[in-house]
Ligand binder design. Structure first.
Ligand code: UDX
Ligand code: ADP
Length: 468
């Protein structure tokens, strides 16, 4: 018999917590789902009547919010009360890389996870299942357990408290989060308390086939998430490393990727060369893996994964060099249109976006950037480029926001495509090129342009991995 879950609380209304809880609520109308967050502004945005103002842009999310919000899906800052009511609590808070102290730059900062565990320990009642949703270092569940148990054993506590800790990592990718949640490749649940594992399995089996629900011990579940992200990132560094070789040898990376990817053992996904991976997970998780390996004295293993990160940074460095070289060795005072700022298409997220580093470097070289992204707000770009801009004497001159592609590219010396938004795939490059200051260059880092179609049109296009 599994525990009957009637009330769920999710701590953290971010990119993971918000969409995941929305999908659970939509499939489990008998369960009340409360998503809580300390960030008042974010909660207000989740509650905004106009779904266009949701804090996260995810295709399909608005429809689910319209269907469930206020019925069995609630967003609030009332953390304590919702914890007390919950049978099951997801911890879905931010887990960034530590910026100072031991392990700075590599280890994950568990401050927010620890804080959440303490609030749960204080306010939960009866038997509560606590589920790690955020990606966490192996053995974090032990930290959570230790904090929870210290409270449940405290004789002065007014209420009876008992906890079970599970790991249930999220594999959703931004931009297709709803699709990934609705039809996941697998659901992973790690833990030893059978009743709790069954209770969580029961929730997912409302819409996921049981044979896709894998159960493991806690540590394997935690490590699987880190490993999955490391493998995905490794593929991108592999294809990007070969893109550089294609440019030297006259081969074409997209053709190589198809030829390689049709081998079933390799598979065709995640073989798009580009400006390097971004997003909140890959760099953080590999850094954490490196930290773990070093901790256990596995230096060769950590060196191996370090190379995946090194190639990622190198890909961005070499792009900047190529841009500068093609533009007669100097970009100072030149107008460069940046198309796309998010770390990939279909999201407004800019965390670790290659665009941040590339734009900062171009500004440092004196370029005047005209940035256009269909979903990222100007305020967010400001925040991301903040430090660089402050160093400039004339902020407005180094970075200008455009409200359309046409506005950004008009009389530009160069265009740099950094995100593969569909909108960019539909552009008539021939007519856009005519509006630029000649001799102009288009740098397509994401292969959005059908370069073969534009052959003999006298357009200077450089594309990642396209050797000439
Ligand atoms: C990733 C994992 O895919 C997901 O399972 C995990 O839960 C969270 O981290 P996400 O960061 O949202 O998801 O996006 P993803 O689609 O994996 O892309 C990450 C980065 O890799 C992006 O910058 C993307 O542009 C880049 N990428 C991806 C490539 O450069 N080439 C590819 O072929 C695929
Ligand atoms: P992710 O991509 O992992 O979802 P986000 O940064 O988008 O990460 O979201 C994490 C959310 O967790 C943030 O909105 C943050 O305010 C929230 N958060 C962090 N610590 C706490 C806490 N102790 N209580 C409630 N919410 C928290």
């Amino acid at each position: 018999m599994s525990k009957n879950i009637k009330n769920i609380c999710c701590i953290g209304a971010g990119y993971v917590g918000g969409p995941t809880m929305s999908v659970i609520a939509s499939h489990c109308p008998e369960i009340q789902v409360n998503v809580v967050d300390v960030n008042h502004e974010r909660v207000a945005a989740w509650n905004d009547k106009n779904v266009i103002n949701l804090p996260i842009y995810e295709p399909g999310l608005d429809k689910i919010i319209e269907k469930c919000r206020g019925i069995n899906l609630h967003f609030s800052t009332n953390i304590e009360e919702n914890i007390a009511k919950a049978d099951l609590i997801f911890i879905s808070v931010n887990t960034p890389t530590k910026t100072k102290g031991i392990g700075a730059g590599q280890a994950i900062d568990l401050k927010w996870v620890e804080e959440s565990s303490r609030i749960i320990a204080k306010h939960a009642r009866d038997f509560t299942i606590v589920v790690e949703k955020s990606t966490l270092p192996v053995k974090t569940a032990q930290t959570i357990k230790d904090i929870l148990e210290a409270t449940s054993k405290n004789k002065d506590e007014k209420f009876y408290k008992e906890f079970a800790v599970l790991s249930n990592p999220e594999f959703l990718a931004e931009g297709c989060a709803i699709e990934n949640l609705e039809n996941p490749d697998r659901i992973l649940i790690g833990g030893s308390d059978k009743e709790s594992v069954d209770a969580l399995t029961k929730i997912y089996s409302k819409w996921v086939n049981k044979d896709k629900i894998l159960t493991t011990d806690l540590w394997s579940s935690e490590l699987s998430k880190l490993t999955a992200n490391a493998f995905l990132a490794q593929r991108i560094s592999s294809i990007n490393s070969i893109s550089a070789l294609c440019e030297m040898t006259g081969a074409h990376i997209n053709e190589v990727a198809i030829a390689v990817g049709t081998d079933k053992r390799i598979g065709s996904s995640f073989l798009n060369a580009g400006p390097g991976f971004g997003g909140s997970c890959f760099k953080k998780d590999i850094s954490n893996l490196i930290y773990l390996c070093n901790h256990y004295g596995l230096n060769e293993v950590s060196d191996y994964w370090q190379k995946v990160l090194d190639i990622n940074s190198w890909q961005q460095e070499r792009l900047i060099e190529i841009i500068s070289k093609k533009m007669f060795g100097t970009i100072s005072e030149k107008k460069i249109a940046i198309l796309g700022f998010s770390f990939k298409a279909n999201t407004n997220d800019t965390r670790e976006s290659p665009a941040i580093y590339i734009c900062k470097k171009l500004i440092e070289e004196g370029a005047i950037l005209y940035i256009y992204d269909p979903k990222v707000s100007n305020q967010q770009i400001d925040k991301d480029l903040g430090n660089t801009q402050k160093k400039e004497s004339n902020i407005e001159k180094s970075c200008i926001y455009s409200s359309s592609v046409e506005q950004a590219v008009s009389s530009a010396d160069a265009i740099v495509i950094l995100t593969e938004w569909d909108e960019f795939k539909k552009i008539s490059w021939e007519s856009i090129y005519k509006t630029m200051r000649q001799p102009a260059w288009i740098f397509d880092t994401r292969s959005v342009i059908n370069i073969k179609k534009l052959k003999n049109k006298n357009i200077n296009i450089w594309q990642t991995g396209f050797g000439i």
